[in-house]
Design a protein around this ligand. Sequence first.
Ligand SMILES: NC(=O)c1ccc[n+]([C@@H]2O[C@H](COP(=O)([O-])OP(=O)(O)OC[C@H]3O[C@@H](n4cnc5c(N)ncnc54)[C@H](O)[C@@H]3O)[C@@H](O)[C@H]2O)c1
Ligand SMILES: [Zn+2]
Ligand SMILES: [Zn+2]
Length: 351
Amino acid sequence: MKALVHDGNGTIAIEDRPKPEPIDPGDAIVRVTRSTICTSDLHIIHSAVPRALPDTVLGHEFVGVVEQVGAGVTKLAAGDRVAVSCETFCGECFYCKRGWVNNCVQGGWELGCRMDGCQAEFVRVPFAEQTCSVIPDGVADEDALFLGDIVATGQWGAEIAELERGCTVAVIGAGPVGLATMMCAKLAEPGCIIAIDIDAKRLALAKERGLADETIDASTMDLDAVEAAVRKMTEGRGADAVVEAAGGSNTFEMAWRIARPNAVVVISAMYEGPQTLPLHEMYGKNLVFKTGGVDAANLGETMKLVEDGRIDTSCLISKRYALNDILEAYRAFEAREDDCLKMVITPWEER
Ligand SMILES: NC(=O)c1ccc[n+]([C@@H]2O[C@H](COP(=O)([O-])OP(=O)(O)OC[C@H]3O[C@@H](n4cnc5c(N)ncnc54)[C@H](O)[C@@H]3O)[C@@H](O)[C@H]2O)c1
Ligand SMILES: [Zn+2]
Ligand SMILES: [Zn+2]
């Protein structure tokens, strides 16, 4: 089969790889019908993800059709259309029982990171009964495509931000993850969602789509000005909750500065370098920081939201490329060509 492989030194290439077979009884082999490129794939290529292994097929956001299941899989069958979590998890360990599947002792973010991922024709999915969610007939593949990663990240971020009805939540970054975060935050009925970015077009989309009530274009502002703008929108206090989904050079500092005292600051972004936590400067603000990898355990729940029309990610899809053209898709994605948000990868020769 054809697959996109990174070598650990910044080079990616399409290779011929053997079609995967079930290894463990809980495995499913999924024929990939749609996959995407995630900004986290770029972090891997930039060697900024210490857990990533070289010579691995990239990709962790996808939907497909079950081709084959291992002997222990009874809840899925060949022919099922499935959305797949970016994390594979056992469902039984200390962490899984608490919903912290990112830290599953037998899994976590493995696909496209430590084991072969979905930018290929087929992928082996461990713990398939936990990891795969059947897509109902009324939901198209592309409508379920983002559930396993960026929608899960949006839902996770909104949930751990402890949003209360009527609150003000600031989302830094109006890229795919930031926009998905706003979609999920909206479900908690906040009084105001403030989107902050340096890309006016992304902010305009957030506003047009009703995802943000207010926007701040920080492209020509220093952090004092951004902080002042947020305070102006919040009776001088700062945001009740902040989700940092940008990963920019100053956005960690922005996140804690625009938060009001006792706010929750969620860091969804993945940084390519260390950040500074100047506790002496934020002393007395009594902030709660929550960081890390998404716990993508609730695909069934978000699938229902898609089915009911409460989450609609169609505005994120910018362009489709067949797997044959994935190198070009990576180039255009990284260059943000034509203001793209997400590139969808269709199967080999499916142009
Ligand atoms: N926590 C997780 O499990 C998880 C899951 C998926 C993705 N991610 C990470 O989330 C991050 C966002 O992903 P994405 O695909 O939306 O990326 P993206 O690069 O498309 O979006 C980031 C946005 O932040 C904006 N930005 C950059 N610098 C800024 C600044 N100084 N001030 C304001 N805005 C600024 C950019 O203009 C862009 O719109 C990435 O780091 C990705 O790796 C994390
Ligand atoms: Zn991702
Ligand atoms: Zn587990």
